[in-house]
Design a protein around this ligand. Structure first.
Ligand SMILES: [Zn+2]
Length: 141
């Protein structure tokens, strides 16, 4: 790995990967948005937890989300700039069509045009060989 690539890798924050959320991060590397689902009551939840929030069941699996949703809420971060993120940084709370929400980043739209209810679709960003991230873009049409 070049010094520049190593610097880039070290600069990007790493997620805390545990037994409970490993499927999620592995899914992103496979360009899949995976959402935890309780095997007993089928409740979806994100972020992943060791047990079901609804029924406290311990048997948890996951489903592959469609990646489609709408912006439920958002904030446009301007300051302070924190490498390696670019600014203004549009941080969105996306309501997935499966009915759960997750925090992500929005790309492909002027920050002044971001609106609650805007349809979005997931995309993936490969940071390096160990890490891929999700982000959202405005849905076509
Ligand atoms: Zn449950």
């Amino acid at each position: 790995m070049s010094d520049q690539a190593e610097a880039q890798r070290l600069r990007h924050p790493r997620p805390g990967i545990t037994h409970d959320n490993r499927f999620f991060w592995e899914g992103l590397r496979s360009r899949e948005l995976r959402i935890q689902r309780c095997a007993a009551c089928h409740q979806l939840q994100h972020p992943p937890l060791p047990l079901c929030r609804a029924c406290h069941g311990l048997e948890l699996g996951w489903v592959r989300a469609s990646g489609r949703g709408v912006i439920h809420s958002f904030v446009v971060a301007h300051h302070p700039p924190v490498p390696p993120f670019s600014y203004p940084n549009v941080i969105v709370l996306v309501e997935l069509e499966e009915g759960t929400r997750l925090v992500s980043r929005l790309a492909g739209l002027d920050p002044d045009d971001v609106a609650i209810g805007l349809p979005v679709v997931v995309d993936f960003e490969v940071v390096d060989g160990d890490l891929a991230l999700h982000l959202f873009r405005p849905a076509a049409g």
